[in-house]
Design a protein around this ligand. Sequence first.
Ligand SMILES: [Fe+2]
Length: 199
Amino acid sequence: MTYESYVGMSREELLEKIAGQMSQRRFQHVLGVEKAAIHLAELNNYDSEKAGLAGLLHDYAKELPDQDFLDLIDKYNLDQDLKNWNNNVWHGMVGIYKIQEDLGLTDKEILRAIEIHTVGSSQMTTLDKIVYVADYIEHNRDFPLVEEARVIAEQSLDKAVAYETINTVAFLAKKAQPIYPQTIETYNAFCKYSESAKG
Ligand SMILES: [Fe+2]
């Protein structure tokens, strides 16, 4: 993977920039998502360079202070409702503006996949699904359902998106946490792919 044609710098230079934005632990996660995204791209006949780069950059803005996100929402005239949400939503939906400013990335498909990587969408491209799923299953992840999620991801991206979204919605509902409306849209569009969906 070179990534040079997308960001005008070598992978090594890019890694240095990314590492400067986050903790060592998150940097390892990001490298894990790059690897998982390349694997899922190969499985699904998708461009592995594009998938790898999207995986590598997906959490670029994750450790930005809240105020920076609020400022970006104003600067780019984004939906004011975003201000009612939090880092979980912002680091994707707003983070892409930081990525464009810092790295000059212009590829619309990659930016879109990063934009929706925590909330999904009712309309997801192959790249969108790859990043969404890779983020959940990369090898550093360790939570009770991750092994099953990895098995499902080998079989079908749609099933993996369904599995992840159902678990996310259930997790948030159990903790009585608000659920971003676009996450519900993802749930409604993908729950039919779940093994437990009744025909
Ligand atoms: Fe992530």
